[in-house]
Write a protein that binds this ligand. Structure first.
Ligand code: GLN
Length: 487
C-alpha cells in the first residue's frame, strides 16, 4: 500500500501541493487498497471510480496551473450509502432501494464536488441507518478492521471502517442516535455529530428528521474539523439548516484550554461500564487536569430515560418517513401483485428487513389514536427534560466528557437476537441528538484485547470550535491517533 494513505489529510494535502504525488495517483492508490482489502472488510456497497478520477484530474489541472486549491481538494473520501450522488446507486443498504440510482446530488455531495474532493464510493450501513453494529445491512456485514470477527459499530459502520483501515482518508456518516460517534469509537478514529441544523440534509435519506445530522469521520481532529467546514452552511433546500456563517474551525485548534471547565457525566461513569473503558476515561480526566482544565462532576438526571424516549420518537418519525417506499416511485416493486393494495403490502414486506419493519410497527403504534398521548406526546415532553438537563449542565461546565460507549466492539452476532441489548449500546450518545447539541468521539486508548476505546466530548449548540479544540488538545498529548489497524 502507498504509505501516504496512512497519513492524515493535512499531510496528503502538502504532498499534493509539493507535487510529491498527483491527485490521480493518490485516488488510484486508494482505489487499489479498497480492491485489495474490502472483500474482508465489507465497507463499500459500491465504488464511484469515474467520479473520483474525474475530480482528481481537475485537482491536478489546478495544480499544474499553479492555482490555489480548495480545502481538502484531492483527498480520498467515502459517502455513507444513504446520501445521494448523481449517477451512483444510493441503496441505504436496503433491498427496497437496491437498484435505485440517484437523479440528483445531496447538498453535501455538491459541496464536496465543488471543493474537488474525490468521492471514491458508497459506504455500507445498517439498513436505513437503523442499528448499532452494521449487521442490519441487507447486503453484507461490515467487519471491524482491528479484529475481523468483531462489529465496527453502526449505523455508519462502512464509513468508519473505511477510514480506520486507510482505504480512504475521510468519510461522511449520519448520526440520529450515535451512528457516527459509536462506530468511530469502535474503530479507533474521530467521528463528529454537529449541532442539529449545522449541515444540510437535503439528499440524505431521512430516518428521523428531528434527530438526523450528517458529520465527518477522520483519523485526526483537524481533518474532521476541516471536513465539517467544507460541508456545513445554510441551504434553502433544507429549512432546518441554520442560516449562520461557516466557521474556520481549524484556527481554534490551538487555543489554550487552561481553565476550561470539563464536566464528567456521573451517570455514564458507573453501572455497566467495562473496567478498561472506565480506566481510559479516568486517564482522559488526568490528561485534562494536566492541560490546566478544571474538572467538575455533572449529573444528567433524565439521561436514563433517553433510550426510551428515542425509541418512541425515532420510530414514530421513521414510520412516516419510510411511507414513501411503496413500490410506486422508488426502487423495488413486487413482481406478482394482484391489485394495488397487494402491490403496496408485498413490496414493503419483501423490500424491508426485519429491524426496519420492527421500527415501522413500533412507530405506527406510538402514533395511533388512543396511544398518541400516552407515548408520542409523553416522549416529546420527556425530550424537553433531557434538553433542560444539558442547559443546567452547561452552566457548570464548558464541555462534557464520558465514554462514547460503555464497552468496546463486540463479536459479530453477539447481540443480533437481542434488540434491547443492541439499543442499550447507544446509552451515552442518544441524549445529544435529543438535545440537538454537537458531540464527537476521539480515540482514548485500547482495551486488554487491543480494541479501541472512544472518549465522547459534548458541547453546547453551535460550539463546534470549542469542541474540536478540547478534542485536539487531548489527541495531541496522547499517541492513540497514530496507531492504525493492522489490515
Ligand atoms: N443505533 C441507533 C438506532 O439504531 C442510532 C442509529 C443512528 O444514529 N442512525 O437507531
Amino acid at each position: 500500500m502507498n504509505e501516504l494513505l496512512r497519513k492524515p489529510a493535512t499531510e496528503q494535502a502538502k504532498a499534493l501541493k509539493n507535487k510529491e504525488i498527483s491527485a490521480v495517483e493518490l485516488t488510484q492508490a486508494a482505489l487499489k487498497r479498497i480492491k485489495e482489502i474490502d472483500e474482508k472488510l465489507g465497507a463499500f456497497n459500491s465504488l464511484t471510480e469515474e467520479t473520483a478520477l474525474e475530480t482528481a484530474k481537475k485537482v491536478d489541472e489546478k495544480i499544474a496551473r499553479g492555482e490555489e486549491l480548495p480545502l481538502l481538494a484531492g483527498i480520498p473520501l467515502a459517502l455513507k450509502d444513504n446520501m445521494n450522488l448523481v449517477g451512483s446507486k444510493t441503496t441505504a443498504s436496503s433491498k427496497i432501494l437496491e437498484n435505485f440510482v440517484s437523479p440528483f446530488n445531496a447538498t453535501i455531495s455538491q459541496k464536496l464536488l465543488d471543493n474537488l474532493v474525490p468521492i471514491l464510493g458508497k459506504a455500507n450501513l445498517d439498513e436505513f441507518a437503523m442499528g448499532s453494529s452494521n449487521e442490519n445491512s441487507a447486503f453484507k456485514k461490515v467487519h471491524n478492521p482491528w479484529d475481523l470477527n468483531k462489529v465496527p459499530g453502526g449505523s455508519s459502520g462502512g464509513s468508519a471502517a473505511s477510514v480506520a483501515s486507510c482505504e480512504v482518508t475521510l468519510s461522511l456518516g449520519s448520526d440520529t442516535g450515535g451512528s457516527i460517534r459509536l462506530p468511530a469509537s469502535f474503530c479507533g478514529i474521530v467521528g463528529m455529530k454537529p449541532t442539529y441544523g449545522r449541515v444540510s440534509r437535503y439528499g440524505l435519506i431521512a430516518f428521523a428528521s428531528s434527530l438526523d445530522q450528517i458529520g465527518p469521520f477522520a483519523r485526526t481532529v483537524e481533518d474532521a474539523a476541516n471536513l465539517l467546514e467544507v460541508i456545513s452552511g445554510h441551504d434553502p433546500k433544507d429549512s432546518t439548516s441554520l442560516n449562520l456563517p461557516v466557521e474556520h474551525y481549524a484556527s481554534s485548534l490551538n487555543n489554550d484550554i487552561k481553565g476550561l471547565r470539563v464536566g464528567v457525566i456521573k451517570e455514564l461513569m458507573s453501572e455497566g461500564l467495562s473496567e478498561d473503558v472506565q480506566k481510559a476515561v479516568e486517564n482522559a480526566i488526568e490528561c485534562y487536569k494536566k492541560l490546566g482544565a478544571e474538572i467538575v462532576e455533572i449529573s444528567l438526571p433524565n439521561l436514563k430515560h433517553s433510550i426510551g424516549i428515542y425509541y418512541i420518537l425515532a420510530t414514530a418519525e421513521c414510520s412516516s418517513n419510510l411511507a414513501r417506499f411503496d413500490g410506486v416511485r422508488y426502487g423495488y416493486r413486487t413482481p406478482d401483485a394482484k391489485n394495488l393494495l397487494e402491490m403496496y403490502t408485498k413490496t414493503r414486506a419483501e423490500g424491508f428487513g426485519p429491524e426496519v419493519k420492527r421500527r415501522i410497527m413500533l412507530g405506527t403504534y406510538a402514533l395511533s389514536s388512543g396511544y398518541y398521548d400516552a407515548y408520542y406526546k409523553k416522549a416529546q415532553q420527556m425530550r424537553a427534560l433531557v434538553t433542560q438537563d444539558f442547559v443546567e449542565a452547561f452552566k457548570k461546565a464548558d464541555v462534557l466528557i464520558s465514554p462514547t460507549c460503555p464497552n468496546t466492539a463486540f463479536e459479530l452476532g453477539a447481540k443480533s437476537n437481542d434488540p434491547l441489548a443492541m439499543y442499550l449500546t447507544d446509552i451515552a450518545t442518544i441524549s445529544a441528538n435529543l438535545a440537538g447539541i454537537p458531540g464527537l468521539s476521539v480515540p482514548a486508548g485500547f482495551d486488554r484485547d487491543g480494541m479501541p476505546i472512544g472518549l465522547q466530548i459534548l458541547a453546547p449548540q453551535l460550539q463546534e470550535a470549542k469542541l474540536f479544540n478540547a478534542a485536539h488538545k487531548f489527541e495531541r498529548v496522547n499517541d492513540y491517533y497514530t496507531k492504525l489497524a493492522n489490515i
